[in-house]
Write a protein that binds this ligand. Sequence first.
Ligand code: GDP
Length: 333
Amino acid sequence: MLRRVHARRVPDAEAVAAGDRRALARAITLVESMREDDRRAAEALLEALLPRAGGAVRLGISGPPGVGKSTFIEAFGTHLTGAGHRVAVLAVDPTSSRSGGSILGDKTRMEALARDPGAFIRPSPSGGELGGVARRTGEALLLCEAAGFDVVLVETVGVGQSEVAVADLTDLFVLLASPTGGDDLQGIKRGVMELADIVIVTKADGDLAPAARHAAADLRHAISLLRPKHPGIEAEVLLASSLTGAGVAEAWEAVRSLHERLRSSGRLDEIRAEQADAWLWSEVRAGLVERFRRRPTVAAAVARLEADVRAGTVAPSVAARRLLDGVADGAGA
Ligand code: GDP
């Protein structure tokens, strides 16, 4: 009974491809599902739609809480839809867990963009694990492209490793920096700075304008000391105010021209190919571990060996080898 009700909800590839937003929303829900039967339906849907994907500018956007991400995305997204683009925003919240509680999925964020017929906003749960970002957000991104969105923004709050996961899914990574961060470069970690193709100092208006200019100069200096992400291309540092709109058009122009430069040089195809390959292997790793744990011989041994490892009586590497050897023996039988 449940199964039949469920089957009726499986979204139709043609409706997604025709740009039907409800079908797209259902399709994303399907790829987010952990259920085995949903997974098969999701894979069939992705196979059908993959030939239509790939056409968007895939843009990661990150920055610390309060830097102005949602205000910027609202201004930036509205600028883009005003210019005739169709913009999808996938908000990855690394702090959200299965129990809910999301800071990025908050409905009050980006109110104007949420009502904009040219935009589509969707929280993308990480489920608390970074592998989840790759699969769920990566598949949602492909579905948005197949539905005709030509700019896909993947937003993540800059609190940890999620930036790396998002940078691995997108063509370009934009880092938002605060005008008032202090000497530690707005608290931005070097590793995150190295991911950035474009850095935008936010809130460059009113009393904050001088501080923003100062922060931009500091950031330019810091970036000049880093190894460039793409040979011969140094990350640009821009100023923007989402309140006055100053710098928003310039931010898009910087994204567009860098994207075009990467595309025409063939680098974009290479980036996407490398990302697809890394995604494949991350899926293989996750699948192997899952299947491994499900094996009866492993399941039986795991509890005991885990207890030994926790108690410090067996070294983790030794326990891992015993588990793997046990399975290899069993498989050879
Ligand atoms: P997020 O946590 O990074 O999404 O940050 P928000 O977009 O919610 O913005 C945090 C605060 O900064 C809010 O109070 C905004 O009104 C303020 N803010 C955002 N953008 C600007 C801006 O361009 N200028 C000024 N002066 N304030 C801004």
